[in-house]
Design a binder for this molecule. Structure first.
Ligand code: SF4
Length: 233
């Protein structure tokens, strides 16, 4: 796929102001900052997806973290969720480095793109259903652009699952009815794409051991296989 179309979409997303509550929150967080990041100029805008335009595997999260993506401007970058996710991608040979700390740290993803159904950081990490639905057209457009090469997707958590299934349907894939329920490790075949459920890489899940690094690697490894990505076994 011509990368300029995805770049153009990413730029349009970064300028979106459709959700008043989220615009106010992301900008307030960017102004007030967390003490540890007082020296940072926060991004404070919607965070577009990250990864190559010919990705074969898509990872779908929930929304950027207030002091993670909303600070650095890149998905899962600068927070603990990202530490866990990118470590796993690196272990599997799908990322150039195990850490993701800033937009200019040189991280490259191999055949993988990371995105979310809501592009602005929400208060308490909880977008409303209206905000989720307002943001969905961005995901639909991204999916349409990725469709020629996309062969698998890993959706992190039940919220992302509920948001992603209608987006995949709108982007042209056949999603079974009734819609399959979210579960960790679940695998659903859409026409030409395998969709996997995985617990979210949130601190709550990783600190409590609900999601261990091995559980995450296992889902990502299976999805990478389904996507035809070589990686490291
Ligand atoms: S959440 Fe999505 S639709 Fe709402 S303002 Fe952010 S980018 Fe726009």
């Amino acid at each position: 796929m011509d990368s300029s179309r995805l770049d153009a979409l990413d730029r349009r997303i970064a300028g979106c102001r459709a959700c008043p509550r989220l615009v106010a929150w992301r900008e307030e967080v960017a102004r007030t900052k967390r003490a540890a990041f007082a020296d940072w100029t926060y991004w404070g805008r919607p965070v577009p997806g990250y990864g190559p335009p010919d990705a074969r595997l898509l990872i779908v999260g929930l929304a950027p973290a207030a002091h993670g993506g909303n600070r650095t401007g890149r998905m899962f970058t600068g927070d603990r969720s990202g530490d866990v996710l990118y470590r796993a991608l690196y272990d599997l040979g799908l990322a150039s480095q195990p850490t993701s700390v800033s937009a200019d740290d040189g991280l490259e993803l191999y055949g993988v793109r990371v995105t979310s159904p809501v592009h602005c950081a929400p208060p308490a990490n909880r977008p409303t259903p209206v905000e989720r639905d307002t943001c969905r057209p961005w995901l639909v457009r991204e999916l349409r652009l990725l469709r020629p090469t996309l062969r698998a997707a890993v959706v992190l958590g039940a919220f992302g699952w509920q948001a992603a299934l209608p987006a995949f349907a709108e982007a042209g894939w056949t999603v079974p009815r009734p819609r399959p329920a979210f579960a960790h490790g679940t695998r659903v075949s859409l026409d030409g794409l395998d969709l996997f459920g995985c617990f979210h890489v949130s601190q709550r899940n990783t600190f409590t051991g609900r999601l261990t690094p091995e559980m995450l690697r296992e889902v990502l490894r299976t999805a990478a296989d389904a996507a035809g990505l070589p990686g490291r076994k």
